[in-house]
Every structure is written in C-alpha cells, then in structure tokens.
Design a protein around this ligand. Structure first.
Ligand code: ZN
Length: 714
C-alpha cells in the first residue's frame, strides 16, 4: 500500500486555540465538509455531546447535532439544534419506530423549540456513547464497500478497529445497530455502514476527526495502489468549490476536437431535452453539458472498458443519498457513430425508451401505493461525447453533476479493486421513495410561473432588456442575457445570479445581425441549459432623420439590426423549439411605430414593420408546433434606454418642435392615460406573453404606450 497520505490531517492547532464546545464542533464540521473527498452536497453530519444550562438554569446533558438540510462546509452555530440526551437515550430500549414517529419524538427533545430540525441520522449519533461523532459518505469508503471484494478488503484495512454493519436504510433500526456495536465493542473507533458510509467517534472532536480521515485515507491508499500508470484518475477534489459557482469545463488538449464535440452536443441537446420532457407530457427539465477530463475518459471507455460499462451503470448509485439527486441509473446513449447527428438522435430515443420501460417496471415491482416519480434520468452519459446533468433547475443540475463526478471516482476505484457493486433494487427503491423525502417534496413551495424554462433575451443589457431579465428571473426562468456589449451583459447576469443563485443566468455575446455570432450564442445556451422556451427578441437601434437626408448606410444599418436581427435570432429559436417538440413563445419587442409610424423615423419604422410582419409569419409557421409569436409595442421608454442618445433626443425634439428636455413630458402628455411608460411595464407584458397565461394567443400585439389613439391595433 502507498505510504504517502492521500487525505491529509488539516486540523490547525492555532485556529482552534481557545475554541470549545459548540465552536469546536463548528470548526470540526467545516473541516470535514470542506473536503469534497469526504462530503458532497449536504451529505455527512457531525455531533458533540456537552453540558449546557437549560431555560430554567438546570445543568442538562445535550447533544448538538447537524440540522437537516444544512451544508457541512458552511455550518454555523445555529445549524446545530440541541437535543436532550436523557430523552434520546430513553429510546434505545424501544423495539421499533417509524421515521415519522422518530421525527415527531425528536421535535419534543429540542433544547430550543424553534431550532432547525435535527438530522434524520440524529439517533445514530445519540446512541454512540462517545462525545464527538463524525459521519460521512466519503468516496474512498464507498469504493471499498460497494465492492465485490468488500468483506476481504474491509478485514484487511480495518481489522478490529471498525465494526461492519450491513446495509439498512437510515432510521431507528440502523441507529440501534450502531449503538449496540459501540456498546458491545468498547474498543472500536467507529463503524462502516455498507453501501452508505463511515462513522467514527471519540470523546475529543480532534480525535474523532483524525480517526475519520485516517480510515478514509486507508481506503484511498488501498485503491490508489491499483492505479496503472497512464490511466486517467477521476479526481473530484479538483472541483473543490464548484458547488459555490459554476466551474467552466476543462478544455481537452485538442481544441478542434473539442469544438466539434460541442457542436454535436448542442445539436443533440434540444432533442434530448424534448425526449426527457416527453414532448411536454411531463415537466420540463434543464440540462448542462459537461466534457471534463474524467467524464470524457469515462464515456470513452478509458476508465473502465466499454464492454463492462453498461453492467456497471446498471448497478446503480453509490449511496442512498445519491439516488435522490442522480436517480438510480444514468441514461447511457451508445450510438454506433456518435458523430452522425441522425444516428445519435435515434440512439438517444431508443436509450430513453428502454430506460423509461425499466424504470416503470422497477416502480411497479416495488411500489406500495406511492405515486410514481417522473421517469426522467438525472444524468445522461453519451459515448464519445460527454455528459448532460438534468434537473428541474440549474441548482438541481449542479448537484447531480457534482455527485456524478464522485460516482465516477467511486466506480473507478471499486472496479480497480474488485468490481463495483451497489444496492439491491429493493433497497434502491426504498431510498428513492423514502416517505420522509416524498413528504419533503409535498412541502416545497409551488413552482414559479417560468420555472423550468429557459428564456433568451437579446439586447439584454439595455433598459427594456434588463427590466425583462429581472422580471423573468424573479418568475423562475433561467435567463440567457445576450448583448453586443458583453461586459454589460456579464454585469446583468451577475446581478441576476446574486438575487437567484446557482447559475440561473448567463451572459452571451451576440451581434444579432451576424449569423455566426447568433449561432455561437445559441450553442453556448444549449450547452448551458439544454434548450429554449422563450425568446424575447428585443435588440434594436434608433436613428432620427428625414428620408431625403437619410444615407443608404444608415437605412441598411437599421434593417440589419431591426429586421434581419429578429430573423436570425427567431430562425434559431424556431429550430431549437421544433427539435424539442414542447412548444415555445416568441416575444417581439416592436414599437408603437408599427401601427403609427413616426415622422423622420423612416429607417426605424420601416425596419420595425418588417419585424412585425416576421412575427406574424412566425405565428403561422410555429402554430402547428405549439410555438406562439406575439408582439409588444411600447412607446418611448426613457430611463436607462440606450435608444435615446443625445443625438436622437435632439432630433426627435426637433421633429416635434419642442426642446429636448421637454421630451419626457411631451410623450407623457400625448397618451390617453397621461403616464410615463417604463421598462417594468414592458417587462410585465413580455412576461404575460412568455407565460402560459397566454397559452392560446398567437399573432397578436399588445400596446404598452399609455393609450395612443393612432396606435390602436386594428
Ligand atoms: Zn449517512
């Protein structure tokens, strides 16, 4: 076995100087949580038993244990509810207890009645007599427990130091088994839970931590000795911190090859998204493409052979914890020639049909009356191309993605050391349909209006664009902010991500009048979110000039952006939406000039009329596919608008015979409601058209102009 330590002891004696009790527990927990080789996405938990003074001033023996749903690497004191130990220990003699009874009982044992709910694994900590307990689902431990040679390897690595407990779902029974092991064998340092993880303990938090990483390290070093030189080694620790922000996938050594892969995947993405949403029969998903080194090695058969891979994938997830985020099996698409788009799409359909049939059969075999969860894989592996992670939103996508990197590492290590083996179908089902998790789903707030949808906004950085972007993001959409000015688009996307974290918005550079630029932006969007549901074609330019003075270049410039730009952007949208087969909404930000053209605004009004006619033709052509096309006609929006340059203001004021600083008032006074029209007003109309509230409206236009008689649609 390799001598060098793989999982290092990162305990910092100086940092903990003076820390005790709950503070020390927070330190220890963060240390464990911040190492992705130990803990991934909300997994793992820790506890410490200590004396505290209760609300009546009595000395009370309390266990501080991680609250349900908190993330170990970022925990604070508040994330550790306290439970009274005499109440907890009273349960040890009890014969059995359902999860619901356990949760209800624990609620009565809280020291602070309003604290967060203690972890579902609370009793597992409570029944261990040692003061400090650390529990994780570390990759290296899973690689040796999910292993055909597991008994042999565990005996060799841990001998009498750890007890081995066969797989049982987390809950009362498992907690009793752990407690009984600890009591009957006082010299053990912890237990291994097969197909689940590791628990270590000691009276001192530092020692419990040291024991934990030392046991994980042993397993990691054991697996490492089987690595043959030249084999790519999956290493999720490289991705440390990726749970906080999106890590850009690692570029492969061959840029041409890489861009080819991206093209193929962006071509496949909308069709795949449509297949997974079953043509709108189930809820839509978003998907993110990943061609990191470890993923490519895995889908290319370099990590384990392509002959063996399907059998390994059928084994299922590495722990019950992972099943909730990755489902039991990934979808494996194995096209004879992955570079042929037709063959690839056919293979994807076939693979999904098979996957879904198997899922339904598995559900029918094990169900006990609970409704079936959507038959949608959360991880899609494509031979030769890469991986799509799938979920209801970008956060779910990132969690599935992160976990699957760990799964790859676990599978690779298990295959090297004996052969990967996972939970039985029955246990997997019990984990996926765990009543407590199903109950949690029923507590989730209702989805927002644009949840699960991807919206592309052109001219996003301008006043109207930004107004729509904020409104759509607040309504739950994934927002692609496209703009010629990429810096401004990035600033906007950052703002949206601050308010709606986890990659809910991206910025893309787009020149709407340039075919290649539009296509590149679409490709980026398809790799990031997998498809498109709403296009808001908004980018535009304005110039005021009488026709007899207008240059051809200015006329053409207006048409390039205000007419051709809408065509190029909408053409790609139509292609993507047709490939998805789930309908879609095209929203054109036009102008009141469409119905009431403005003097000295010839180049603008004529090009915008072309946009309007394009929008109507799109309604005709999109209709059979459930793709709607509608127009919003705003009147002048002043605040923050790039359209109103000093020059345009001067020119418009001149054509109305007023001073430039009277313009706002002039526009307000000319409408029936005497109001100033804002970007927020336009955003509201765009949202209306984007949403299902207008599911039966297409080919229409809506003025947002305060009421202009001459611009009434007719
Ligand atoms: Zn666990």
């Amino acid at each position: 076995m390799t001598e060098e330590r793989i999982i290092a002891d990162r305990w910092d004696g100086q940092a903990v100087a003076g820390l005790a009790g709950l503070d020390l527990l927070v330190y220890q927990s963060r240390l464990v949580g911040s190492d992705p080789r130990l803990v991934v996405w909300g997994g793992g938990n820790t506890s410490l038993k200590l004396h505290e003074t209760d609300f009546r001033g009595r000395d009370t023996y309390v266990m501080r244990v991680k609250g349900s749903g908190s993330d170990l690497k970022a925990v604070t004191q508040r994330d550790f509810p306290g439970v009274r130990m005499d109440d907890v220990l009273a349960l040890f003699e009890q014969g059995s207890m359902s999860d619901e009874q356990m949760v209800e009982y624990l609620a009565h044992t809280l020291i602070e009645p309003n604290s967060s709910r203690p972890s579902i694994e609370t009793l597992l900590h409570g029944f261990v007599p040692a003061r400090s307990v650390v529990h994780s689902h570390a990759d290296a431990i899973l690689a040796v427990t999910n292993n055909q040679r597991c008994t042999e390897i565990l005996a060799e690595l841990y001998g009498d130091e750890l007890a081995i407990i066969p797989y049982h779902r987390p809950g009362f029974y498992l907690s009793k088994l752990v407690g009984a092991s600890a009591l009957s064998r006082p010299t053990i340092k912890g237990v291994i839970l097969l197909n689940h993880g590791l628990i270590t303990w000691a009276d001192d938090p530092h020692e419990a931590y040291q024991r934990h990483i030392e046991m994980v390290d042993r397993a990691a070093r054991y697996a490492a000795q089987f690595i043959t030189p030249g084999t790519p080694t999956p290493n999720p620790s490289r991705r440390e911190g990726s749970s906080q922000h999106v890590s850009v996938s690692v570029e492969t050594a061959n840029p041409t090859q890489n861009s080819k892969l991206k093209t193929q995947n962006s071509t496949l993405a909308p069709t795949l998204r449509g297949i997974l949403s079953q043509g709108g029969q189930v809820e839509r998903v978003v998907m993110r493409f990943d061609d990191s080194e470890d993923v490519l090695a895995f889908v290319n058969g370099e990590t384990i052979s392509l002959e063996r891979l399907p059998a390994v994938l059928r084994e299922g997830a590495a722990t019950p914890d992972h099943i909730l985020n990755t489902k039991r099996h990934p979808l494996w698409i194995d096209a004879a020639d992955p570079t042929d788009p037709v063959a690839l799409i056919a293979a994807a359909r076939q693979a999904y049909d098979k996957w879904a049939k198997e899922y339904v059969a598995y559900y029918q075999q094990h169900q006990t009356g609970e409704p079936m969860l959507p038959a949608v894989p959360r991880v899609v592996l494509i031979r030769g191309l890469g991986m799509f992670s799938v979920g209801r939103d970008s956060k779910a996508v990132m969690i599935a993605n992160d976990i699957y990197h760990h799964t790859i590492a676990i599978i690779a290590a298990a295959e090297r050391t004996g052969g990967y083996r996972s939970l039985s179908d029955k246990d997997a089902f019990a984990a996926e349909y765990w009543p407590l998790e199903l109950y949690k789903l029923t507590l989730a707030p209702p989805e927002k209006e644009l949840a699960r949808r991807v919206a592309l906004l052109t001219g996003a950085a301008g006043a109207i664009g930004a107004g729509i972007a904020h409104r759509f993001a607040a309504a739950g959409a994934h927002v692609v902010c496209a703009d010629l000015d990429i810096d401004k688009a990035v600033t906007l996307a950052d703002e949206l991500n601050k308010a709606n974290p986890n990659n809910r918005a991206i910025a893309v550079e787009m020149n709407v009048s340039d075919e290649a630029s539009v296509q590149a932006a679409y490709q980026r969007m398809l790799l990031e979110y997998g498809g498109l549901d709403v296009l808001v074609s908004n980018a535009g330019i304005a110039q005021s000039c009488p026709i007899d003075e207008l240059t051809l270049a200015d006329w053409q410039r207006s048409f390039a952006v205000n007419a051709t730009g809408h065509f190029l952007v909408a053409r790609e949208a139509l292609r993507v939406m047709k490939a998805q087969g789930t309908g879609g909404s095209l929203v054109f930000i036009a102008t009141k000039n469409v119905t009431a053209p403005g003097k000295d605004f010839g180049a603008y009004s004529a090009a915008k009329a072309a946009e309007a006619q394009l929008a109507r033709v799109l309604a005709l052509e999109g209709g059979p596919f459930g793709i709607r096309s509608n127009m919003v006609n705003p009147d002048a929006i002043f605040s923050g608008s790039g359209l109103w340059s000093a020059e345009v203001r001067t020119e418009r004021a001149r054509s109305y015979g007023i001073a430039p600083d009277q313009l706002e008032d002039f526009y307000r006074q000319r409408n029936l409601l005497r109001v100033e029209v804002t970007a927020e007003d336009v955003a509201e109309a765009a949202l209306f058209y984007a949403s299902d509230r207008t599911a039966k409206t297409t080919g229409s236009m809506m003025p947002v102009d305060g009421g202009l008689r001459e611009a009434f649609p007719r």
